[in-house]
Design a protein around this ligand. Structure first.
Ligand SMILES: Nc1ncnc2c1ncn2[C@@H]1O[C@H](COP(=O)(O)OP(=O)(O)OP(=O)(O)O)[C@@H](O)[C@H]1O
Ligand SMILES: [Mg+2]
Length: 333
């Protein structure tokens, strides 16, 4: 068996946009590679501005959409491709989602426990009411709630933070090895965010769950994650231990993100965004960041950047550290 728990190998998702005339292809996810070691549960944050491909990557990981190229293995099991009913059930026991908007995850017409019991029966496979009750109770206690507080109530009887904790409880019922949480705190009150983010650390430590935490927010990513991967226009530009990536960034885009945070707190997304360049950037034959990069040279516009291994755990996709391929600009130019 592979020594990797999660392997994302050369994964791309290509969308065609526009009408019959003038169709453009965009690589929403562009040849992404990532791996996590087996037996080492951790929080991996995927950080990037709007349109960088985070949700597309998450949906491929969760077997909700298929990659155009490449393969994803979770604990040796391949997502994408064709899974039959039993395989899909086995997959759902391993990998569970948490979505951005808790008010959309739960229908306003159903009591929230409906979802908890459905998961207990259909995914965990609880055979009796007593077994389902036990699983639901336990999951709620693990997120700091209780069946008494939750059962029989509708979504509008909870705050966004509580509902998101119920989403976490639901995801934990099958005792998954992986939780993919796509912007799980962006729609909830700022005062409740740390509550949910702290839960991720607890699940990692107490239940050995690996968490993929997708976010715009560098401060919670820094706080919660062991590893971090920075995405830009479908590509991972830098990855490694979060303290290293965020304290000593190697990619100019990571530097830009950190500068923006320093200037404007958490709201960097609007500032660093250049929407008019967006579609063009996806199709660049060189580095997609070259148009915004203060260090860009000709080589950056001509070829995709190399993957530079900085140490055992860290990589950057950039010409900048590869000096011999990257002659200094002529002074005054
Ligand atoms: N079904 C689709 N058809 C065509 N294009 C799509 C589709 N889904 C996503 N895209 C495009 O792929 C790119 C990546 O989108 P994605 O939603 O993965 O980004 P994101 O990083 O999650 O952004 P956000 O932070 O806004 O949630 C965007 O340019 C988006 O418009
Ligand atoms: Mg998204």
């Amino acid at each position: 068996m592979s020594d990797k728990f999660l392997e994302i190998k050369n994964v791309s998702k290509i969308y065609r946009i526009g009408g019959l005339l003038g169709q453009t292809k965009i690589a929403a996810v562009d040849n992404v590679n990532l791996a996590l070691e087996r037996g080492k549960p951790q929080v991996l944050s995927i950080v990037g501005e709007s349109g960088s491909g985070k949700t597309t990557l998450a949906r491929m990981l969760l077997h909700l959409i298929q990659p155009t190229h490449g393969e994803i293995l979770i604990d040796g099991m391949q997502t994408g491709g064709q899974l039959n009913g039993a395989q899909l059930k086995a997959f759902r026991r391993r990998a569970q989602p948490i979505f951005q908007n808790p008010f959309e995850s739960f229908s306003s017409r159903k009591t929230v426990d409906t979802y908890l019991f459905e998961t207990a029966r259909n995914i965990l496979g609880a055979q009796t009411q007593a077994a389902a009750n036990r699983a639901v109770d336990e999951a709620l206690v693990n997120v700091g709630l209780s069946a008494e507080r939750v059962v029989g109530r509708y979504p509008n009887q909870f705050s966004g933070g509580e509902l998101q904790r119920i989403s976490v409880a639901r995801a934990m019922i099958p005792r998954p090895e992986l939780i993919v949480a796509d912007e799980p705190v962006s729609m909830i009150d700022a005062s409740m965010r740390m509550n949910v983010v702290n839960l991720f650390k607890k699940l990692r430590d107490d239940f050995k769950v690996t968490i993929l935490y997708i976010t715009h927010d560098l401060s919670t990513a820094y706080y919660v994650s062991d590893q971090i991967a920075i995405m830009y226009r479908g590509s991972i530009v830098e990855s490694g231990p979060s303290a290293k990536v965020l304290k000593t960034p190697s990619h100019p885009y990571t530097e830009l993100l950190l500068d923006s945070v320093a200037k404007i707190g958490e709201k960097w997304n609007e500032v660093v965004r250049l929407p008019d360049l967006e579609t063009k950037e996806y199709g660049y034959k060189g580095c997609k960041f070259a148009g915004r990069c203060p260090y860009a040279r000709e080589v950056c516009r001509q070829a995709r950047p190399p993957i530079v291994t900085l140490d055992e755990q860290s990589q950057v996709h950039c010409f900048k550290p590869v000096d011999y391929q990257h002659p200094a600009p002529v002074s005054g130019s």
